[in-house]
Design a protein around this ligand. Structure first.
Ligand code: CP
Length: 340
């Protein structure tokens, strides 16, 4: 599997955008975004990101209504194809589709023919043969969603591909920060933890930098990949050196499977060196915003007191995730409808 190539279906195709006029002047005024698939933040421009976040804003208003449903995708069918476990992302996409009046089918890995050896492509082609509109895919292989996007007629959303990208997590993180801080331009954002294996870190660095934030990462040297600076971030190895200078701290999940593979000395030492402990929390400015993509290992990457911190936005991220995923599904399905 390869990463997105220029001109592949995975990109926002600027050539297509140039050739295809907007259907109505009103639509053009709303968005100039032309999205065929959502495979990563890498290929989005700052204005593409802004257009998705603006759309999410109107869906957040829908979610606050007594009956939080709109008919925008009535008659459409989305399949959630999760080859890895998920609570937030899978439920959030499922709810997003339902709130837009689309039908949503949740594929279960354990009860599917994948357990009998069926390939990713065969699984996806068989599901597409049932005439669906979009596939949301999470897979352990980096590039799996790109592979599908090049072969399927349905639109594809990357819900996390190995250590590569998790674009909707970055979009909901940016949306959550934009709502709390107004704008990201000039804000200092720190990502802490396992940067090397984190698809959230990669998508967040790309997304926040594109929106004008100053991004830094901090973690054990074994978990900071070489050349990460090339994505547009600064690197720190001592948390206390940078923690008290930033506006936003995003604590990444410690992947327990790494504990036994020589990347980390021990849970205790990790917490001491890189954890957001109650002592560090006490020394933080009350204006600092705290994020975590979940699931949280309480007592490892952060102490439970963080949940009570007034600027802890961990559950806001989850709420906003539904609105952001509604925006992504709506924009992709709308683009399909325009192209039919
Ligand atoms: N943040 C995130 O991707 O969580 P899940 O693994 O529960 O989907």
């Amino acid at each position: 599997m390869t990463r997105n190539k220029p001109g592949s279906t995975g990109r926002l195709d600027k050539r297509t955008r140039a050739k295809r006029p907007a259907k109505t002047p009103k639509r053009k005024a709303e968005h100039t975004l032309r999205l065929n698939h959502l495979l990563g933040i890498e290929t989005l421009s700052p204005s593409d990101i802004g257009a998705i976040l603006d759309q999410a804003e109107s869906f957040l208003e829908v979610l606050r209504r007594p009956i939080p449903v709109v008919p925008a995708l009535r008659g459409r069918t989305i399949v959630n194809l999760f080859f890895e476990p998920s609570t937030r992302t899978a439920t959030s996409f499922s709810l997003a589709a339902t709130r837009l009046s689309a039908q949503c089918v949740n594929f279960s890995l354990s009860s599917s023919s994948v357990s009998k050896g069926e390939t990713l492509l065969d699984t996806a082609r068989n599901i597409e043969a049932m005439r669906i509109d979009g596939v949301v895919v999470r897979h352990s292989m980096p590039g799996a969603p790109h592979f599908l996007a090049r072969r399927l007629k349905a639109f594809v959303v990357n819900a996390g591909d190995g250590c590569h990208e998790h674009p909707t997590q970055a979009l909901l993180d940016a949306f959550t920060l934009r709502k709390r801080l107004g704008r990201l331009r000039g804000k200092k954002v720190l990502l802490v933890g396992d940067i090397a294996h984190s698809r959230v870190a990669r998508s967040d660095i790309l997304c926040f930098s594109k929106l004008g934030a100053k991004v830094a990462v901090c973690g054990p040297p074994t978990l900071i990949p070489p050349y990460i600076e090339e994505l547009g971030c600064e690197v720190f190895y001592r948390l206390d050196k940078i923690l008290y200078e930033v506006d936003v701290v995003n604590m990444l999940r410690v992947q327990n499977e790494r504990m036994n593979s020589g990347f980390l000395p021990s849970v205790r030492e990790y917490r001491k060196l890189y954890g957001l402990t109650r002592e560090r929390l006490g020394a933080l400015s009350k204006s600092v915003v705290i994020l975590h993509p979940g699931p949280v290992n309480w007592g490892v990457e952060m102490d439970f007191e963080v949940a009570e911190f007034p600027q802890s936005l961990i559950l806001n991220q989850v709420t906003n995730g539904v609105a952001v995923r509604m925006a992504v599904l709506y924009l992709l399905a709308r683009e399909r409808a325009d192209g039919e």
